[in-house]
Design a protein around this ligand. Structure first.
Ligand code: 13P
Length: 339
């Protein structure tokens, strides 16, 4: 077991109030976001965009690690330097998304199971040789009529636990991500119940699979009402529900929780993370940080529009959003910083 190595990686990822940047969108996902911004969906445009992110000056002030996609960890900058090396040289640890996506769970309409365990041991060795020191696997839990089922929650926990054990064997820190989606009209309370169930199933399964909790990072959703829910909750209500849920379900042995943004606006994600850190600091046994994709990248992608002339502006926006996320992770975010 590589306990010391894993702990060391986690310490570096979150040192000095930093967090994680998720830039590991799969090709279909990033192409969808490119398409929405009128950007051509080609390998070269994806390469350019990831180069733009990795070469943003000062990103390392707020970002300790960046999660890459398989295509990106094999790509190079225009000058021929691997994107992973650019990040490493800036003091940002490269990580890698290793799941193969959430697929329909047979027999369970509208529910998903994440695939990618076959051959994972060998792939992890390859990624480690390319510089990755941590990994990510995302499970997707949908709230709807009669779902999620216990079968879906437990099957995804099982896959997450097998993945996490393989990562720890390979000396890579597993980011364990059971994402309860914001899609739907469910209430905050319903999200609370489902998130609590998913977390309790996950930690029981991690125990049975001999995963060392000191060597994982949990990447969960915040406890939020569904996007189409008519009741809106205040920042304080979201923070209180999220803290209560995690205190009841996440063991204190876990060193760090890094929230996903899940479709919240960048501002909302910062406000919620900030309230959790500011108002509950003394009660939280874990680091509470971020592993945002959209909440850090969105303004940058919208400004870039796929044009070289916009790179500088886009990088400034990325830098700024990363800085605000890190401020929220320290409980020091203020809305005046948005200007
Ligand atoms: P969002 O922050 O956009 O939810 O993405 C985080 C992520 O990596 C989802 O797997």
């Amino acid at each position: 077991m590589h306990t010391k190595l894993l702990k060391n990686t986690i310490e570096q990822l979150f040192a000095n109030g930093k967090g994680i940047l998720a830039m590991d969108e799969s090709t279909p996902t990033i192409d969808k976001r490119f398409s929405a911004n009128g950007i051509p969906q080609t390998v070269e445009m994806r390469r350019k965009y990831r180069e733009l992110i990795a070469t943003t000056a000062g990103l390392n002030e707020s970002i300790g690690g960046a999660i890459l996609y398989d295509e990106t960890i094999r790509q190079q900058t225009k000058k021929g330097e691997p994107i992973a090396s650019v990040l490493m040289n800036a003091g940002i640890i490269p990580g890698i998304k290793v799941d193969m996506g959430a697929k329909a769970l047979a027999g369970f309409p509208n529910e998903k199971i994440t695939e990618g365990l076959d051959g994972l041991r060998e792939r992890l060795v390859d990624y480690r040789n390319m510089g990755a020191r941590f990994a990510k696997w995302r499970a997707v839990i949908t709230i709807g009529d009669g779902i999620p089922t216990k079968t879906c929650i437990d099957a995804n926990a099982h896959a997450l636990a097998r993945y996490a054990a393989l990562c720890q064997e390979a000396g890579l820190v597993p980011i364990v991500e059971p994402e309860v989606l914001m899609d739907g009209n469910h209430s905050l309370q319903r999200c609370y119940e489902v998130t609590e169930h998913a977390l309790k199933s996950l930690f029981e399964t991690l125990y049975y699979f001999h995963v060392d909790l000191q060597g994982i990072i949990l990447k969960p959703n915040m406890v939020l009402p569904g996007k189409e829910c008519s009741d809106k909750n205040s920042i304080d209500e979201v923070a209180a529900a999220t803290v209560k849920c995690f205190l009841s379900a996440v063991p204190a042995a876990v060193p760090a929780i890094a929230f996903l943004s899940g479709g919240q606006s960048p501002q909302q994600a910062s406000q919620h993370l900030n309230a959790i850190n500011k108002d509950y600091k003394d009660r939280l046994p874990w680091i509470v940080a971020f592993s945002f994709a959209r909440a850090i990248q969105q303004p940058c992608l919208e400004a870039w529009k796929g044009k070289d002339v916009n790179v500088e502006t886009a990088q400034k926006l990325l830098y700024h959003r990363a800085k605000l996320s890190a401020a929220a992770r320290r409980g020091e975010y203020k809305s005046s910083m948005e200007e």
